[in-house]
Structure formats: C-alpha cells, structure tokens
Design a protein. Sequence first.
Length: 365
Amino acid sequence: MYKEYLEFFGVTQENLQEIISIALSKGGDYADIYMEYSIINELMLRDGEVNTAGTHIDYGVGIRVVSNDKTGYAYSEITSMEEMKKAALTAAQIANENNSYIPPVKVNILKGNNFYPIEKGWDDVNISYKVPYLEHMNNIIFSLDKKVVKVIGKITDSSSKILFFNSNYEGYADLRPMISVTATCVMESKGRVESSGASRSFRKGFEFLTNDMIEDLAKECVQKTSFLFTASQPKGGMMDVVMGAGSSGILLHEAVGHAFEADFNRKGTSIFSDCMGKKICNESINIIDDGTITGNRGSCNWDDEGVPGQKTYMVKDGVLNSYLHDRISAIFYGVNPTGNGRRECFRFMPIPRMRATYMESGKAN
C-alpha cells in the first residue's frame, strides 16, 4: 500500500527524503510529513424523504519540525514539490535551531495490525445503496409509537488516505474508514413535545449498514424519547453512585480522560499533574485508553505521528499508571509514546488525545 500511496499523492520516496532534509536544514531533532486525502459523504432524511446530500473533499500535506521545546508547523493544500519545499522551509525557520541532521541509512516501512478491515469501501458505494436504509429507519420509527410526529435520519461516511514519513526514515500508509448513523425522533402527546436520538459510529465499511442495525437503532431512539414522557426530576443531594455501562462513559471521558492527556499535565492544569504512581481512586478501578479494538471509532493502526496503536492502562488497581502521550510529551516525561498523537487534519500538528477510553468492569452489581 505504501508504494500505491506514493503514486496516489504524486511523490517518490526520494521526494519525501528531500523534504525532510529541507525541514531540518536549520537544525532540529525530528521532522515528519503527513499527507491526507479525505472524502466525506452526507445523506439526510427529513419529512419522510431523503432530501439532502453532500460530499466534501479535503486534501493536503502538513510538515512538522521539532527542536527541543520548539515546534514549527506549516501546511499546503497543494502537494507539488515546490509548495512542499516552501512549507518545509517555513516549518524549519519557525523551529530554527543550530543542530546538524544526519539521515538514517535505511527506510523503514512500518507494518502493523489492521484494526479496521473492510469488505466494501465507501469509495465503491453511491447514494442509491444508502437511501433504502434511511427510508427503512423512518418507517420503523413511525411504526413503533403513535406519538411520533417527525423523524430525522442521517448517514455520514468517510474514507481517509494517509501517507506518513519522518526523519527516522519511518513511513506508513493507512486507509481509515468511518461510518456514522444517527436517528432523531420527535413525539407529541397531549400538547407535550419531547425529542431524543440514538447513533452508531465505527471504522467499518458498507457491510456495517444492515436492516438489523437500523432496526436496533430505531428501537433505541423510540425508547429513549418515549421514556421522557414519564421521566421525573431526580432528587438532589449527596448519594452513592454506581457507574453502569453505556452513557456513564461520557462522564469518564470528560471528568477523567481529558485530565490524563499529557499536555494538560505538563502545563500543570490537570488535577493529576503530580499524581503519577499514586493511588487516586478505589483499588478495584482500572481505566484504559485503547486504540486496538477492531472496528472501533477510536482505533488506529498507527497514530498521526507514526506510533503503533496500543492499549494503555491509565489507572491500574486504583493507581495512576500512565498519561496519554504523543512523541513530544513522551520525551519530556522520559517514557515511550502511547500512540495518542492525534491531528484534527493535515492543517494541525498532533497533540495527545484519547482513543477509546473506558473503565473495566468492577465487582459492583
């Protein structure tokens, strides 16, 4: 795939090596090239018919230079050698340092697991294949409850082709699929209106879209909305809490997961900044960040700076065991990166962010 993606992006291995040399021409400890081609398709059903569709394509290259605590970053939406050389030189000048760069001898094409195998890619699927699933969703939701007055359904699929190369002469190519399906319904009863929704999102291909999945999603959407008509305001105050599987993961993500991201701890803005190796919760608690779950939205064969996806115990038996690291924070803390270097897209440098964060089952019922 690596050679195929060199051709796709219109570059040679020698081109990449030349860009790295320019990026480090002013000195520096490390540099990388991140090339991306993403195509995103959206399809929406509203008022009983599929009436909105759109496609967005994003393409370009980001070049990063790291020198001690300095980072230079530049990107281009044109991947000609002339424009990439300009971007490399710009990044070099931002991170200006008087170190010499000696390139490695051999190019290492990274090979790893495939955590998102697909049977049929989204590039091979047109709108006509997807419309029936939204129509089926609409019909199922209306059939499940007479209070339903409106349904909104949406399918968003994407494919991202990534070509990566760094100053360690490591490179990889990756095809990253994504599918998100959302259902929203509005109900009305005796003048009272309630709405809720349900969604599914995975790194999978067209095989993910099935009638069974759509029916499960529709049932969940209807149940969550119907429940609101009988729900009451909870009593406030202090009480014991048991975190059940499912929605409590949002609380874990926001209240704990972000606080374990290494950049916040390095800045001292996290409540866990001085807690490494200390007991921070009940010893029955284990909290994991995992980029290796097959088909999961947060999984990665490699992160956005060439580190393999991996499983990290952030909390082990109640003790803070690890932060979530990219290459820069790992150097600062003197540890190995955890595969959490993430970019919003090629226009942004990577920062340490979560993949799939969850708490292992405990002993409480």
